[in-house]
Design a protein around this ligand. Structure first.
Ligand SMILES: C[S@@+](CC[C@H](N)C(=O)[O-])C[C@H]1O[C@@H](n2cnc3c(N)ncnc32)[C@H](O)[C@@H]1O
Length: 274
């Protein structure tokens, strides 16, 4: 389908608007947390992202073109669930608490934890049903946190053969995990699933078909992660999943609203471990 120049420009401006909104939270964060700025630039960046995401997260989670897909995924989550990068818990309302025993939220930004716990409780996952872990998705961060929480044995280097979780979820978070480690991250996700357990994801991945958009995304990629909590525009989780074994059912689809020229190509995945 031919894309008009106006449509193309519109979709190229969209990420710039997000960068602009993020920049507007920089002076606010600096004024409110001047000590953090000098004592720990890493914590300052996390606080800046929290201030930005507190406003943008709920708006993104209400995006009409994404709600239905995310609901289809999260309504399947059951048993012991691990969610990678749940942010401030804006997607919590999609879970069906009656079918979940415990939800573990591995969120590396500790400033988001208070809101995350609040949102879990507000959506039927309060008390012992929700555990926040201060961890990122990559194995070097996730596995020590799981050991600390007593979910995997602290003394061995191998993961339990029978798995740990019934469901692992990632909604727009693997884009922020280190991309060179993504294949290893997905391999650990699979190893953590019990046989028959499901990996459910909704992520944006690279546009690898439109040369103009690819060039634009490459340019944008030089500064985009700085303003978006480390998000990358060249995600490949779809290709990694399709290139690996160990799933007895796997559906990875580009969501229907993608027209070919957008920087963000969203993919939805339902993968059942053999
Ligand atoms: C775009 S937000 C999405 C939050 C939430 N999943 C949602 O849809 O509302 C990305 C989230 O990933 C988290 N994140 C950043 N680096 C990460 C990493 N290496 N592994 C997992 N999550 C990460 C961020 O702190 C943030 O909460």
């Amino acid at each position: 389908m031919a894309v008009s120049l106006l449509d193309r420009v519109r979709s190229y401006v969209e990420p710039l608007i997000l960068v602009g909104i993020s920049i507007s939270y920089l002076p606010i964060t600096a004024v409110l947390h001047p000590l953090l700025l000098v004592s720990s630039p890493t914590s300052f960046r996390a606080k800046w992202f929290e201030n930005f995401w507190r406003i943008i997260g709920p708006k993104m989670a209400a995006s009409e073109i994404q709600v239905e897909h995310i609901d289809e995924l999260l309504s399947r989550a059951r048993g012991a669930v691990l969610e990678l990068g749940p942010g401030g818990g804006d997607q919590m309302y999609h879970y069906r608490p009656g079918q979940i025993s415990t939800l573990y939220g591995a969120e590396p930004n500790a400033f988001l934890h208070a809101r995350l716990a609040e949102m879990a409780a507000a959506h039927g996952l309060g008390g012992a049903k929700f555990v926040a872990l201060e961890a990122a998705a990559q194995p070097g961060s996730l596995l020590p946190a799981l050991k600390k929480a007593g979910l995997v044995p602290a003394t061995t280097s191998t993961l339990p053969e029978q798995g740990v979780f019934d469901t692992v979820v990632a909604i727009k978070s693997l884009c922020s995990a280190p991309q060179p480690q993504l294949a290893a991250t997905v391999a650990v996700i699979q190893a953590l699933l019990k046989p028959g357990g499901e990996f459910l994801f909704f992520e944006h991945v690279e546009n690898s078909s439109d040369p103009v958009t690819m060039s634009y995304a490459w340019l944008l990629g030089w500064f985009w992660p700085l303003f978006t909590g480390g998000c990358r525009l060249n995600g490949k989780v779809d290709r990694i999943i399709l290139g690996m074994g160990g799933w007895d059912q796997r559906s990875v689809t580009t969501t229907g609203d993608f027209r070919g020229h957008e920087v963000f190509r969203y993919v939805k995945g339902i993968c059942r471990k053999t």
